[in-house]
Design a protein. Structure first.
Length: 398
């Protein structure tokens, strides 16, 4: 039993608390009652709508049948010539009687549904009022509990739990900030890896186009097209071939430019992602981060890096000025360079994601520890209240 002090004010609050709980015990779960009423209300609403629609259709059929009976019983013009008209009138009257019976039955059921709906809506309002009253009493009960417990000096155990909880919350906030920072770096490196792979694909495409440019278009000689028209056709074919070569060269240049652009963006993202990786993570997880940033990416040939990348440590070669990079060897070299960059980026990304997973696990452990502390704090406060409650019950009622 927790050692607590007792005064008259605390005893009074505890008696009010008990009184409220006695009233709450009399309430037979109004939330479930209201749900059951809602379910029944929806069912009857559906039935009322269905029967009302059927009643309207039957009333229309009844009105039409009355007209048919009247036309055949008191005929005019062609209705005089209907064969066995008296039997037909009798049959129509029987159908009319059946329709009238159905109308009366449906009208009664619709009226009953309406009465039920009125009663259910009243019950729902009452249940809703009871739910609100219960919630108010529960809120007041909770306030009384807090007032009673907070009115006592905290126990040593409660002080220790609160101090430890504050420490855990501080550590958790710090780890969450670290996790966000690591996540941003990981995202940038992931984007860089994707761009390296896309650039490699563009360089491969450029290599294929370059092979076509080197092969050129087949030329036709005069003998292939005849003596009279050979020179003219040969000239047209030559012009067509030159246009095709020019178009292929333009496509090659655009593809290389796109590959260069993707490569430069990839270098920039890798540089930013590695540079922004938090030092706290490296200090906290030295083994995972030991190889991070100790890499030198090969530089793609023919592109012009931005000023921020000219002297960047991620390159293993100095800047080399190159223009007109259309040779097959240089394109093939860039295919290899992009493949190497993608492989090196994958290795760095694996290390970063391992660190991210470690930080995530630490965050989850801190969250679990904090939840345990919060449960222990609640349990200690309950112990304090129960001790006060036992003393209040032992006191004589004035």
């Amino acid at each position: 039993m927790v050692a607590v002090n007792m005064d008259d004010g605390t005893a009074t609050l505890i008696r009010v608390y008990d009184c409220i709980h006695q009233q709450l015990a009399l309430l037979q779960n109004p939330e479930n009652q209201m749900k059951a009423i809602d379910c029944k209300l929806k069912s009857i609403l559906y039935e009322e709508f269905r029967r009302s629609t059927l009643l309207k259709q039957t009333e229309e059929a009844n009105a039409y049948m009355q007209k048919r009976v009247h036309r055949n019983e008191y005929p005019r013009f062609l209705h005089y010539f209907v064969c066995n008209r008296e039997a037909k009138v009798q049959r129509l009257k029987e159908e009319l009687q059946n329709l009238q019976t159905i109308v009366q039955d449906l009208s009664k059921k619709v009226s009953d549904d309406s009465s039920q709906l009125t009663a259910l809506r009243r019950q729902k309002r009452n249940a809703h009022t009871t739910v609100i009253r219960k919630q108010q009493m529960e809120g007041l009960s909770h306030q009384l509990f807090i007032q009673v417990v907070d009115g006592q000096p905290p126990t040593d155990n409660l002080k220790n739990l609160r101090a430890e909880g504050q420490q855990q919350r501080s550590l958790l906030a710090s780890e969450q900030v670290l996790l966000d920072a690591v996540g941003k770096s990981v995202q940038q490196v992931q984007q860089g890896l994707l761009l390296f792979q896309q650039a490699e694909g563009h360089y491969r495409h450029a290599r294929s186009i370059n092979e076509r440019v080197k092969c050129g278009s087949p030329q036709m000689c005069d003998e292939d097209v005849g003596y009279d028209f050979g020179a003219e056709d040969s000239g047209r074919n030559r012009q067509k071939s030159e246009r095709q070569d020019s178009d292929l060269q333009n496509v090659l240049d655009r593809t290389i430019d796109q590959a260069h652009g993707l490569a430069m963006k990839a270098y920039q993202l890798m540089s930013t992602g590695l540079a922004s990786f938090p030092a706290e993570a490296k200090a906290q997880y030295p083994q995972l981060c030991a190889s991070m940033r100790q890499v030198a990416f090969p530089r793609v040939q023919g592109a012009s890096p931005t000023g921020a990348l000219e002297d960047n440590a991620i390159f293993d070669t100095p800047r080399v000025a190159m223009t007109g990079m259309t040779s097959g060897c240089q394109i093939q070299d860039n295919v290899k360079v992009m493949g190497q960059c993608a492989s090196m980026t994958s290795q760095q990304l694996s290390l970063m994601e391992s660190t991210q997973n470690a930080v995530t696990m630490n965050v989850q452990q801190l969250q679990a520890s904090l939840r345990t502390l919060e449960r222990n704090i609640v349990a200690e406060r309950n112990n304090i209240f129960n001790g006060l409650h036992a003393k209040a019950m032992a006191l004589p009622v004035a």
